[in-house]
Design a protein around this ligand. Structure first.
Ligand SMILES: [Zn+2]
Length: 152
């Protein structure tokens, strides 16, 4: 059965509205909506893709990871212009940047490996998202403590 035959057979026996103009297409013969002229076709859709774990991980990663990217860029630029010659390997901000390197990778990973993430079992998605967010919270807390804790 060709796509045209499938579409004709489906519309012969089912109520379906045009996605663009909501025209009732039952009995329509062809690939075009008679009302608005939009192309119509049969398709398989999954409703409500369950993105909660991915969005949870992305939200925190975009916030923290984005901050790390900004720090990395601004530190690199200022190091180029101001700190050459007086560079300290034990400098707090430098240690922070070294520690935050793994976190700068998670944002592009989440964005470009989205499909692979969503293909994992839902339970494992939550485990990974929780581990990621947990790692961020622990890292940021440790850094805050290192920077400000001793002064309080
Ligand atoms: Zn239409």
């Amino acid at each position: 059965m060709t796509d045209s035959e499938l579409l004709r057979a489906y519309l012969a026996s089912h109520d379906a509205n045009c996605a663009s103009c909501k025209y009732q297409l039952r009995g329509v013969d062809g690939h075009v909506c008679p009302e608005c002229g939009d192309r119509i076709e049969l398709e398989i859709k999954s409703y409500g893709p369950r993105l909660a774990p991915w969005l949870f991980a992305l939200l925190f990663t975009a916030a923290f990871g984005g901050f790390h990217w900004l720090m990395l860029i601004s530190f690199s630029v200022s190091a180029l212009f101001y700190y050459v010659g007086s560079f300290s390997w034990l400098d707090d901000s430098f240690m922070y940047l070294i520690g935050s390197l793994p976190f700068t990778i998670t944002l592009p990973l989440l964005l470009f490996r989205r499909r692979a993430f969503l293909r994992r079992p839902r339970r494992r998605q939550w485990v990974w998202a929780t581990l990621l967010v947990g790692a961020y919270v622990v890292f940021e807390s440790l850094w805050m403590w290192m920077m400000f804790g001793l002064a309080w």
